[in-house]
Write a protein that binds this ligand. Structure first.
Ligand SMILES: [Zn+2]
Length: 471
């Protein structure tokens, strides 16, 4: 009799939602953001002209969540190369005014597809010198149009909140490979597969179900450059993340699939260069996600606690004015020669970089000594810590944070909020090469970063995680 009573009580608690009822509300929305006309494409400096058509629709997607305390948060994912800081700030301000969403409750991630449109407000000036004034104006117009779409899709998701269950799982996909290889001459070549180099094959998966248990959406992450398609592709496409999302949405009619890029700064697919390969990697990733959501996932309960912060990350001392002037005139000084060899930057790139930095000085400005680096943490109850890093962090950041904060409950995203430069670890900075500092000469920033870059960011992540983790 006592047993029956106890069982009845357990059942009653379960039914009223104490143990397993939905403590969340979720709203999901997607909107096409494919440019209507030809536009300069983002990601590869080697392109020589604007796009010619569309291979696959590009989307901005929003997942709005309301936790048990009625607090609302929105994750945005996009088939874009990355939001600039100013663009992300503008979107965050508009969303704050329209929906009262505070900055820490909005994450803006991009898949880093290199087959998407170029956007304005960027620090990278690669290929800018090849664009006509009309082409630059088209990019400006597209950016404002796309900004409206992102704000709109956030509004749609927020207006669409319905009781939901969230659960978290992890799977793996093995195709990503490290792309930095030490050559016999001692320098690090990039874009060369290095099967012995570090990678992060984890695929974190957030499952969103209706109150009745039907799949409404899935958010999944992977740390790997979306460069299965190369500069010879002039058609808009989401690359492998685009194909992965499309595959999942086909398999699960009515559900929305969201791809979140991870710490894939120094990671790529290999071989690459064809549509078939991009599709194949997309399907491999989607199949892993699909298997995970058909298996056991851990229910997420409790509040969603959020924090956002800016940490100043220091640059190494830039060349002085005389050195910049010499480089701007194309002179091969000792320091330029060292930069060419150690960073693997070309003479042309160093010359243009020096010219851009001189423009800043000539306008009476100062070269920045540090960069305000945004980082953000979402803590789902006790079972998931979602870290949103900015820029293009190399894989060392994810591997180290998982070791220090516990791999089972951690999701480390890169390419969030402000995609402005590669973020090398101390190891990669010391090794040099493209991700170590060579790429930053393509941006209006002094570079490379100071050796303190990794410790500064990791220390701040620990601090922000400490603010939101339930003790
Ligand atoms: Zn990149």
């Amino acid at each position: 009799m006592k047993l029956v009573l106890a069982l009845t009580l357990v059942l009653a608690l379960t039914r009223t939602g104490f143990a397993a009822g939905p403590s969340w509300k979720a709203g999901l929305a997607k909107i096409p953001i494919t440019p209507a006309n030809s536009l300069w494409m983002a990601g590869f400096g080697a392109r020589t002209n604007v796009s010619r058509g569309t291979l696959q629709e590009l989307y901005a997607k929003a997942l709005a969540l309301e936790d048990q305390d009625g607090q609302r948060s929105v994750l945005v994912t996009t088939d874009l190369v990355g939001f600039s800081g100013p663009l992300a700030n503008t979107i965050a301000e508009r969303v704050s005014k329209q929906h009262g969403l505070s900055r820490e409750r909005l994450i803006l991630n991009s898949s880093h597809t290199h087959s998407g449109p170029q956007m304005s407000d960027r620090l990278v000036f690669w290929s800018d010198w090849r664009m006509s004034p009309d082409q630059v104006r088209d990019i400006e117009a597209y950016t404002r149009w796309m900004e409206d779409k992102v704000v709109a899709v956030i509004g749609t998701a927020l207006s669409n909140l319905q009781p939901a269950r969230l659960s978290f799982g992890r799977t793996a996909a093995r195709f990503a490979v490290n792309r930095r290889l030490k050559t016999e001459k001692g320098y690090f070549a990039s874009f060369v597969p290095n099967p012995a180099g570090p990678v992060d094959h984890d695929v974190p998966v957030l499952r969103i179900d209706s109150d009745g248990g039907a799949l409404r959406g899935v958010v999944f992450g992977y740390a790997c450059h979306a460069t299965a398609l190369l500069p010879d592709n002039y058609r808009f496409c989401g690359d492998y993340p685009g194909f992965a999302q499309a595959w999942l949405e086909q398999q699960h009619a009515g559900a929305v699939a969201f791809f979140v890029q991870g710490c894939g700064g120094d990671i790529m697919v290999s071989p690459r260069g064809t549509i078939e390969l991009a599709q194949k990697y997309g399907e491999l990733l989607a199949a892993a996600v699909d298997q995970s959501i058909r298996g056991a996932t851990r229910p997420l309960q409790g509040a969603l606690r959020c924090s956002f912060d800016l940490v100043p990350v220091a640059f190494a001392a830039p060349p002085n004015r005389a050195e910049l002037e010499a480089r701007a005139q194309g002179k091969d000084t000792d320091s330029a020669r060292h930069a060419r060899e150690f960073l693997r930057a070309s003479a042309d790139e160093l010359q243009r970089h020096a010219q851009e930095l001189l423009k800043i000085l000539d306008r009476g400005g100062h070269l920045p000594v540090e960069y305000p680096y945004p980082l953000q943490v979402w803590q789902f109850g006790q079972d998931l810590t979602f870290i949103a890093l900015a820029g293009e962090p190399v894989v060392d950041y994810a591997l180290r944070l998982k070791k220090e904060l516990g791999a089972d409950t951690l999701w480390v995203a890169g390419y969030c909020n402000d995609v402005f430069a590669y973020i090398p670890s101390l190891r990669v900075l010391r090794e040099g090469g493209y991700e170590g500092g060579g790429a930053i000469v393509g941006a209006r920033l002094p570079g490379p970063f100071a050796p303190s870059v990794e410790e500064t960011i990791i220390k701040k992540v620990h601090e922000v995680v400490g603010r939101v983790r339930v003790r």
